[in-house]
Design a protein. Structure first.
Length: 243
């Protein structure tokens, strides 16, 4: 086992090498417990959060990385409003119409919907300090990933802890990521999903195609970063205004 000081120095160096991470203005707290590493603190964006975890996950002496990084919030939004927004997205989405949904409200689990006989899962949601936690189970990896992105879309959300089980269990791979991201882009009304091609290799996503605005380009990239399991996003989308 490497000494704690050596691991901490390796982590700090790895974070400083990635241009997306800004440890000077957004310091990252590093906790080493044996071969387990915990990162905590505030970061300016989801890209910084994912990049920080990816940068340190393969370091010598690190067997497990715990991500407790939170997005810095420019506007203070209460947990109740965040919960209501995330619940609204889940209850309205066609892929979860036959999924039971419950949310913690004033200290008790409130039933929002009970699924019928052919249930596609059960989701329990809690929100604390802007962090949305999803527990329960769903029928596919795509459903797990889509549920997580819908939670991320809630205004004020600072992190999503996606603990949903997949029943029956599925092997994760690049094709699963592509399938889930395609579903997410088709669900997002702010991006032209049909104009975006998706590639994925070793859980690194590349987006190609043509969009009409810089806002669409950025939104598509955000959707990819929000996806559970994605390590990096290469955004090669072109912006070409239509006449």
């Amino acid at each position: 086992m490497q000494p704690r000081e050596i691991i901490v120095n390796q982590v700090r160096a790895a974070l400083e090498r990635d241009a997306r991470i800004d440890p000077a203005n957004f310091p990252v707290d590093i906790l080493v417990d044996g071969n387990a590493l915990t990162l905590s603190g505030e970061v300016p964006s989801i890209a910084c959060k994912r990049a920080a975890v990816s940068a340190v996950s393969d370091l010598d002496g690190v067997d497990k990385t715990v991500d407790r990084l939170r997005l810095a919030s420019a506007v203070e939004i209460g947990d109740g409003a965040i919960r209501d927004a995330a619940c609204d997205s889940l209850t309205r989405d066609v892929d979860f119409l036959n999924c039971s949904l419950r949310a913690l409200n004033s200290g008790r689990m409130e039933v929002l919907r009970l699924a019928g006989g052919d249930s596609s899962g059960e989701i329990d949601m809690t929100v604390k300090d802007g962090v949305i936690t999803l527990d329960g189970h769903v029928i596919s990896l795509s459903h797990k990933r889509l549920a997580g992105v819908l939670a991320w879309w809630a205004r004020g959300c600072r992190d999503v802890v996606n603990q949903l089980e997949v029943r029956p269990a599925e092997d994760d791979n690049d094709e699963e990521v592509i399938e889930a991201l395609r579903l997410v882009l088709e669900t997002d009304p702010l991006v032209p999903a049909a104009q975006i091609a998706i590639d994925c290799h070793d859980f690194i996503v590349t987006l190609r195609g043509v969009v009409a605005t810089e806002e669409e380009r950025k939104r598509a990239e955000l959707d990819a970063w929000y996806l559970h399991g994605v390590k990096r996003v290469n955004n090669e989308l072109e912006v070409r205004a239509t006449s």
